[in-house]
Structures are given as C-alpha cells and as structure tokens.
Design a protein around this ligand. Structure first.
Ligand code: NDP
Length: 451
C-alpha cells in the first residue's frame, strides 16, 4: 500500500486508538512520535513491511498486580501496581516508578513509550520501561510508606533484575522509597545488586543522581540558548513543581546566572520576584524532602513572595520556562500567555508537560522548545552511569559524573540538531529527538528478528 506521511499517521493512529481504547495519554505520546517519524518511515518502506512502529507501540510485557498493606490505624488498604516493560532491543528495561493517585495503565504506557526513545538518545544501552502505583504517599507516615513499598516489591521482585529490568524513582518515589524497595528486594532475593538506581550514596548510589535530571535539563537548555548566542545569564526563569527535578533545575539555573522566580505543587504556586536563591532553595528542600510540607509555606518564611492557590505559574513574565511537575501542565492558552509575555525558551523537565496545542503555539512562534525525552534525559543517563559503577564495583567522583552528564546532554543536543534542523536552519527538537531515538531502536529490532 502506498502511504503519504499524513495517511500513514492516520492509519497508524486509528489502529492504536482501536487497540488501546480510552488510553488518552498513551495516544497523545504515540501521536507526537509517529507524526515526527512518518516522513522517515514512508521513505523506508521496509519499516512498514516489518511493522516496526506497531511493535514499538506494543509493550513486550505488562504486569498489573494487587498491593495489599495495612495502614497505621490497622485498616486494610489495596492499591494497584504496574510495570510496563516496553522495549528491550538495546538494553535491559529501564525506567522510573511513580507513586501518585492518578497512576493508571494509560499513564504507565505513555511514560514507558517515551522512555524507550529517551533511553536510546542517551547513547547508553538501556531499554524502555515504567512502573508505579495509584498509592498516594502524601500524608502517609514513614512506616506506611515502608509497608507499602515492601508489599509492592514482594510482587515486583520476580519481574526485575540487574540484567533484566532496573527501575528508578519518579513522582512520589525518591531516596526514601528507593531505600525501602531495595531493602525488600535484597531480602527476597538474598542478593545485593544494582537492581534499582537512585540508591543512597553509601550503598551503591551514584554521586549526582538526585541532581541529574534538573542539572541535565539546564545543561541542555544552555546548549539550546547557545544556538542563538544566548545563555541563562540575567534571565528570568519560571519553574513548576517543587520536587526532585524542580529543585535541581532551580539550583543549576541559578548557578548559571538565571533568576528563578516561581515554584509550585499541586495546590498552587509561589512567585518570588527577588529570585529563589541558594538559601531559599535550601529551605524549599527541607520543606519538601524532610517535612514533606506544601509550597504555600514558603510565603510564611519569605513574605515578599506571593502564593497563588489553584494556579500554575505560566501567567508570570519570564524569558525561560522549565516545566518540572507533571504531564499536561501547560495548555494552549497558557502557552499563548508565555509567548505574549516574552518567553523565548521552553525546555521540559517533566514528561509531556505541554499539551499538543501548547507545542503548536511554541513551534509557530519559533521559540526554542524541547520535549522532555531530550531535555530531561540526564536523570536516566546518570542512572545508566550508576549501573556501570555498580557493575564495576567502583564509585566515581561527583566531578567525573558531572562531566559525563554534561557530555551526554551535549551529545543529545547534537543529535537533536542533526535530525531536527529544517531548511531554514531552525531546530525542531521534537522531530530531532524522536528520529534520533527511533533509528537506533528500529535498527536493533530489525537485526534481532521478529521477537
Ligand atoms: P517529585 O515527586 O519529586 O515532584 C513532583 C512535583 O510535581 C511535586 O512538586 C508535585 O506536587 C508536583 N505535581 C505532581 N503532580 C502534579 C499535578 N497533577 N499538578 C501539579 N503539580 C503536580 O517528582 P519528580 O521531580 O521526580 O518528577 C517530576 C516530573 O519529572 C515528572 O513528570 C517525572 O516523570 C519527570 N522526570 C523525573 C525524573 C527523575 O529523575 N526524578 C527523570 C525524568 C523525568 P505535590 O507535592 O503537590 O504532589
């Protein structure tokens, strides 16, 4: 059958929607990728004959399981656990675990699908996966989180392993949760290995893994800005979220000369026109990582800042926006507001934070815009470096890891430029990331036969 790029996308997406009904986030992620890839795929008909895209969009394995646990009041609680093992063509499955009330199969599949391309982009040998649970850690005691993690791992452990599938953290899963998950895995398997990344520094973790996603995001953003002879120096920056990625993006953007004026959580955002400097960020880290408080408490400590309940930060004037909270957190209207207020660069720290309408606005305006799978790949890349250190039974210095992270982010940027530059010399980072990530996975799948 003869296809144009448009008719290929239409046929392919009709099939995806019919086969995965109601999975809106998954449809959204697949549509973005297949739209970028269609010209390349129709120019290489063997990819159509061998149904490479159909295979990439079908998980190799999906595990869904019951997670029973008992809360501090003695009540029985039941959550649902997931692991989507999407693609292992170029390495063992790799991807984070998310604990959030919104977790469902569609979100797990979109994240695992994105992860396949992202991991390929890092240049390291890692396949794509994602996992999680609809467990909401907010308001739970340490003991409840531990009991939940132990129950979750009691099923998951039989499906993962250091050469099979190596999970990491994501929303709601940080150092504390990785510790509990690792402890239970070790107990069940009677084996100490690099089966999870994001471990503590004293027990197999890599220097800079906690910082890596946010730092990598800023390294990538610096590369984007440099294509227009620009930098973070003197720029006003909006950050959303106040978790792992947001904290370290704020830290690095500030170190590079930017002034970060917002942070948020799911209840609202704070605007600090004086900038969230190192001292204020130390307070946010303590508030969020130790006391597990809410971002509104920032204005009690720093009264010159303002708290905006139930709002997102995109109405504030800025030069650079770094969305670092969650998927679909910038809509078309908010994208227009950013452009009208003079924003010239949007680099995604979160996965799929921009809705399709927002991406179209950024691209039509000709501003610098990069998708999460390119700009937030520093986290998984450093997880790959943690796996390497675990296999070698060595630990590198923070400087060594930072240098490798910086190099990887530059390489990813270069790959995006190579595959995403259009006839006018502008870089479409969406196309660049998707095509560069795809080619390696597709070539490996072709070489390995129909498996
Ligand atoms: P954290 O759990 O540490 O922080 C998440 C932050 O986002 C919190 O401030 C949280 O607020 C906020 N948030 C979560 N859900 C929503 C929502 N529905 N609306 C508004 N705010 C929300 O997660 P991470 O920082 O690790 O992850 C953030 C994003 O970055 C995610 O998209 C993740 O997939 C992506 N990412 C993370 C990587 C990592 O290494 N950790 C690697 C690559 C991507 P609240 O406290 O109210 O829930």
């Amino acid at each position: 059958m003869y296809y144009t790029a448009e008719s290929y996308v239409k046929d392919f997406m009709d099939g995806i929607i019919a086969r995965n009904p109601g999975e809106n986030e998954f449809h959204q992620a697949v549509r973005e990728v297949v739209t970028s890839l269609a010209p390349y795929i129709v120019a290489h008909p063997y990819l159509i004959d061998r149904k490479i895209m159909e295979r990439i969009a079908e998980p190799e394995r999906v595990i869904i399981f019951r997670v029973p646990w008992i809360d501090d009041e003695g009540n029985v609680q039941i959550n649902r656990g997931f692991r989507v093992q999407m693609n292992s063509a170029i390495g063992p499955y790799k991807g984070g675990i998310r604990f959030h009330a919104s977790v469902n199969l569609s979100i797990m599949k979109f994240l695992a699908f994105e992860q396949t391309f992202k991991n390929s982009l890092t240049t390291l040998p890692m396949g794509g996966a994602k996992g999680g649970s609809d467990f909401n850690p907010r308001g739970k005691s340490d003991d409840e989180v531990m009991k939940f993690c132990q129950s979750f791992m009691t099923e998951l452990f039989r499906h993962i392993g250091k050469d099979t599938d190596v999970p990491a953290g994501d929303i709601g899963v940080g150092g504390r949760e990785i510790g509990y998950l690792f402890g239970q895995y070790k107990r069940l398997r009677d084996e100490w290995g690099g089966v999870l990344t994001g471990k503590g520094l004293g027990w197999g973790g890599s220097p800079l893994r906690p910082e890596a996603t946010g730092y990598g995001l800023c390294y990538f953003t610096s590369e984007m800005l440099a294509t227009r002879g620009d930098s973070f120096e003197g720029k006003t920056v909006l950050v959303s979220g106040s978790g792992n990625v947001a904290q370290h993006a704020t830290e690095k953007a500030t170190q590079l000369g930017g002034k970060v004026v917002t942070m948020s959580d799911s209840n609202g955002f704070i605007y600090d026109p004086d900038g969230i400097d190192a001292e204020k960020l130390a307070y946010v880290k303590e508030l969020k990582n130790v006391y597990r408080g809410r971002i509104r408490e920032y204005v009690e400590k720093y009264p010159t800042a303002t708290y905006y309940p139930d709002q997102r930060p995109w109405c504030i004037k800025c030069d650079i926006a770094l969305p670092c909270a969650t998927q679909n957190e910038i809509n078309e209207e908010e994208a227009k507001m950013l452009i009208a207020n003079g924003c010239t660069c949007v680099a995604e720290g979160a996965n799929m934070p921009s809705e399709p309408g927002a991406i179209a606005v950024f691209q039509e305006a000709g501003i610098l815009y990069s998708p999460g799978k390119a700009s937030n790949a520093g986290g998984v890349a450093t997880s790959g470096l943690e796996m390497t250190q675990n296999s070698m039974r060595l630990k590198w210095t923070p400087e060594e890891v930072d240098a490798q992270l910086h190099r990887i982010m530059k390489d990813i940027h270069e790959a995006c430029v190579k595959y995403g530059k259009d006839e006018n010399g502008n870089v479409n980072y969406v196309n660049g990331a998707n095509i560069a990530g795809f080619i390696k996975v597709a070539d490996a799948m072709m070489a390995q036969g129909l498996v």
